[in-house]
Design a protein around this ligand. Structure first.
Ligand code: NAD
Length: 494
């Protein structure tokens, strides 16, 4: 089994390849050549219904939720083995679809997704699937039951790294899952389906329905879905949360960000700029956690801006399959135009363009120049809205309190960072910033620790035991009399 840029005629519904109900197709376009590289079925409401019906049946009547977590984990270990043999091919497939530079696709996308499988298995080994607790009525038995049928909806920017923290904990918990990937990146999800097919899971446990927003919304609205796990924009998240609210459906949301990097006066400028190269510009700037607002004092402003400008103007922009490329194309022409509009708005609102600009650097491909603004204020669109491209904005603070105030003056609260010679002081700053994750002299995701947002950046957490909690319901059992001892399997799962 090899990954190839091939088209698919069928959808993976309930663990089997099935003809889609409609002839409509989705084109996958290379952001580098602007040419079509494959096409796949555009799943319809009927296809979503078929997948949810299969998942419902698997959950209500099938063996999967009734197995012990350890038995399900053995299947996931098998998947880890299969997946681990195809990391480079998966990375190349992702690069071909959405333009992530190969260096990032390997480490940040495919290898990251493989690690997520292993780390979720590790968290599941220590997870308290059952426990006994002393209640006021006597000993209570607590059981963590699977939440049910899960609809998992993801965007295109790190597609496998967004599927894994939903699919793997959900499966280990005993749920059945319907995945709806983004229309820009259906191929990696369908290839994952081919790997899952090899596991011979019970019928109905996993489906992959490729399609656009309509397929996503059909999944959210479906009465057979118990929980929606969504990653994407805050606008879509708000709509999904409202639909789930009407149905009292469980929902977890991983949404947008506009993270601030606070550069303190004692920071080493060279190291800070080297760190911001990744933290601000990884994946062509198409990262929800990108550190895009750079806060610095008046005193260190010129040194930082000069160093940032040197770094950004020396980046290699071009073919994402070239190992030396730093910045590849953006995912779609729509995204290129959106980022160019933001660059123009920065200029119109009075920020100073230091390097880069709105003109396209290549005649072909959806490229945007790495662009640096300074002399910006936090009320400008480039400081308030998520740009999702290689654009950094420097803002000046009066003192540390002002830096914290600017960092917190955002609708978002996903990530942030502080750059300082004094890490203890960095920890104090972290405690004052309202974001779900924070970095001191770095920003990188630790995929073994809880990840999620404050404010408009989301609800819920992925990774670690907290990521498993999202896929279980707690059941408390009281007993008029003495509870029998846990059986050996339960004892092991305690
Ligand atoms: P998007 O919200 O437009 O789309 C995301 C997914 O939702 C796609 O699969 C899309 O088809 C589907 N969708 C769209 N409308 C829907 C609806 N009404 N009902 C159900 N599904 C629907 O997001 P995007 O702009 O393609 O992706 C980028 C966004 O994702 C950015 O805002 C980024 O910050 C965010 N993101 C967040 C995280 C995180 O973990 N917090 C990670 C990566 C990306």
């Amino acid at each position: 089994m090899t990954a190839s840029l091939r088209s698919y005629d069928q959808l993976f519904i309930g663990g089997r390849w099935r003809k889609p109900s409609s002839p409509e197709r989705l084109s996958v376009i290379s952001p580098h050549t602007e040419e079509q590289i494959a096409d796949v079925p555009a799943g319809s409401t009927e296809d979503v219904d078929a997948a949810v019906t299969a998942a419902r049946h698997a959950f209500d009547q099938g063996p999967w939720p009734r197995l012990q977590p350890q038995e399900r984990m053995r299947k996931i270990e098998e998947l880890a083995g299969v997946y681990g043999r195809h990391i480079d091919e998966m990375a190349d497939l992702i690069t071909a679809q959405m333009g992530s530079p190969r260096s990032f696709s390997r480490l940040g996308q495919a290898a990251g997704a493989a690690s997520m499988i292993h780390l979720t298995l590790a968290a599941a080994r220590d997870f308290p699937w059952v426990e006994r607790r002393r209640g006021v009525l006597g000993e209570a038995h607590l059981r963590r039951a699977p939440v049910g049928v899960v609809g998992a909806i993801v965007p295109w920017n790190v597609p496998q790294c967004l599927i894994m923290p939903k699919l793997i904990p959900a499966l280990i918990a005993g749920c059945s899952v319907v995945i709806k990937p983004a229309p820009e990146t259906p191929l990696d999800a369908l290839w994952l389906a081919e790997m899952i097919e090899q596991l011979e899971l019970p019928e109905g446990v996993v489906s992959v329905v490729t399609g656009g927003p309509a397929a996503g919304e059909a999944l959210v609205r479906h009465s057979g879905v118990d929980k929606v796990a969504f990653t994407g924009s805050s606008a879509t998240g708000r709509r999904i949360a409202a639909l789930c609210g009407e149905q009292l459906k469980r929902v977890s949301l991983e949404l947008g960000g506009k993270s601030a990097a606070i550069v303190l006066d004692d920071a080493d400028i060279g190291k800070t700029v080297a760190g911001l190269k990744t933290a601000g510009l990884m994946n062509n700037g198409q990262a929800c956690v990108a550190q895009t607002r750079i806060l610095v004092s008046r005193q260190r402003h010129d040194d930082l801006v000069d160093a940032l400008a040197d770094m950004m103007s020396s980046l290699s922009v071009g073919d994402p399959t070239d190992d030396k490329t730093d910045i590849g194309p953006l995912v779609a022409q729509r995204q290129q135009r959106r980022v160019q509009d933001y660059i123009r708005s920065g200029q119109q609102q009075g920020a100073r363009l230091v390097t880069g600009g709105a003109d396209a650097p290549e005649p072909r491909g959806w490229y945007v120049r790495p662009t640096l603004f300074t002399d910006a204020t936090n009320d400008m669109r480039i400081a308030r809205e998520e740009i999702f491209g290689p654009v950094l904005t420097v803002l000046t603070y009066a003192d540390e309190d002002d830096a914290v105030r600017i960092a917190n003056d955002s609708d978002y609260g996903l990530a942030g960072s502080v750059w300082t010679a004094d890490t203890a002081h960095g920890l104090d700053i972290a405690a004052r910033v309202r974001t779900g994750t924070y970095g001191i002299n770095m920003y990188m995701l630790d995929i073994s620790t809880p990840f999620g947002g404050f404010k408009h950046s989301g609800i819920g957490r992925e990774f670690g035991p907290e990521g498993l909690e999202e896929y279980v319901e707690l059941q408390s059992v009281a007993c008029n009399g003495k509870l029998p001892p846990l059986n050996p399997v339960e004892e092991a799962a305690k």
